[in-house]
Write a protein that binds this ligand. Sequence first.
Ligand code: HEM
Length: 593
Amino acid sequence: MTSSSGFSTQNPLHPLLYLALLLPLAYILRKPLLRLVTPRGIPDVPAFPNPSPLLGDLPMITKVIKETGSFSAFFDKAARELGPIAQVRMSYLMTLVILSDIQETEAVFSSKPTTWDRSKDTISLFRTVIPRGQLSFRTDSTFKHHRRLMGPAMTSKYLSSTTPKAAQAASELVELFMAKAKIAGDRGFQAEEDLNNATLDAICGMAFGTNWRLLKSRQEQIRRMPSVPTGSHGEAEFKLHKVPLAESLDYLFESIPMKSPVPTVSHFISRLNPAYHKHHRRLHTFLGKTISQARAKAQQMGADAAVELADNTLDMMVARELRGDDFMPDEDMRDELVVYLLAGTETSATTLAWWVKYMTNHPEIQRKLRAHLLDRLPQLLDRAPTFDDLTTTNVPYLDAVIHETLPMEDTMVLGRRIPKGTVLLGITATGWEDASTPVYAGDSADDEDTIARSQRLQGVRTDKTARKYGFWEAGTGRKFMPERWIDAAGLFDPNAGPSLPFSTGQRACFGKNLAMLELRVFVTQLNLAIFFAPVTEDQNSFVNYETVTNHPRQSIIRPVSWDSSMASATATATATATASASAAAASMPDHGA
Ligand code: HEM
């Protein structure tokens, strides 16, 4: 008779004998076994079994995040306490290496994709919802083909022809803000949802020529609202609904299992819900039809005219395809349009949400920016800005204000060998003062922290002159100071300090040029039309929360026109806002989006 475990019940010593045989074997194999379960990390900092060189593990990270509400605060701590290269155990089998020096980050991410590539985890996340979009590919031949075909969309020629789409969304946003302000009175209201709708309208226009009338729909809803209730911070609460296509897009994005350790399984579960299929079908049917119409329009115009007149990315792709330049299957084209909507909406909207907050807290910068724009481009009082109006050379202070709002990124691999397969994290919005302000021989430093931090950078870069990027002055890293981007000649200097908001190298942001254009258009039109008046302290928190980007929990604004007494009451407005800005900055975990 035999038990289900396979051991003979007639010989009770048998399992013990079995164990006795296994023990010496386990002893002999202990080292390779240990290596197998050891999290990957930097070999000269033993990650296992001695965890002391690690900054922390998952429970510790969770604690910091609970206390501060921010992942970035944890990365900041890593940069400050361990220097520019740190490792953190996320689970028994996974260690993250965190880099925080801009120059090294650039060197690493610009190296060949055979050395570094987008991580498998990131790819498997996006592959669930957009399997044929560039976000879901390794840097392989398909990725390069997609980039080749879409690349011209980021050239001045095409960006110039798409600028009116962004300008239209920006002017509709100004109208919406002013209409809401009329109803809200002096209560203020949350801006982020409107900004999200505005950037989606702009990106739809730039991606396939027409938008979903999200801002128009919001304006129409508001017109039917004589009054709105007051929320818990004294703000006016507008409850507006989305148009169906935007609702479907949100649903699909939310079903990307960002926080799941097993994205494919989580996505399989999401797909069991019939609502998933309804939203998926609605969006894909719309995009399929849009692609067919673009193809038919190009056929009718003829290849050369279609290439010449294309004023959005889809028209440009189908026209070039017709001319015989290259070809992309419908399924890939459709997913690339979804990538535009995904990668181009929330990122720009959160940047603008931080920007309106900074403006609310810095009336003097709003005034300076407006004076600068009117001095350089007085014609903008009569018409919308064009691509050529908004170049860096024309309006350097505009770029300085935008760069001061964008998320900052520091990163590095400082002389350490990183094993194959290690997950390397380039961090946004962290360490850009703390980890990258070394003290050089000859510099004076009187506080122990700065000296200790600097010593961690020893041997990595001691020669100030060999550095491409500057450092922010000690103690100013987290301040909002657009002036620091302007050089002695009054020009914008993109390397003034550590900042890689769009990442770098082969997998840097594809839409950087478009995003910068969109931000220039929005910031210009909003600044020229609106003064963001101070809000109450209760409405001015800088507490943030993180999804794909880092959002302000409160983006409450009080728009008034520049003719109003509020905008001209310089002294009072400045004093109130500066006081509330300093109070808010004290609790501010992050500088940017
Ligand atoms: C303020 C706005 C934006 C910021 C801060 C931003 C930032 C970034 C960053 C940091 C990455 C790299 C992500 C990674 O390494 O995993 C990225 C990737 C990407 N971004 Fe942006 N982005 C912005 C706007 C846009 C816009 C408007 C578009 C639309 C065309 C866009 C399209 C993309 C695409 C397609 C990728 C993936 C590139 C690849 O897979 O190699 N982004 N973006």
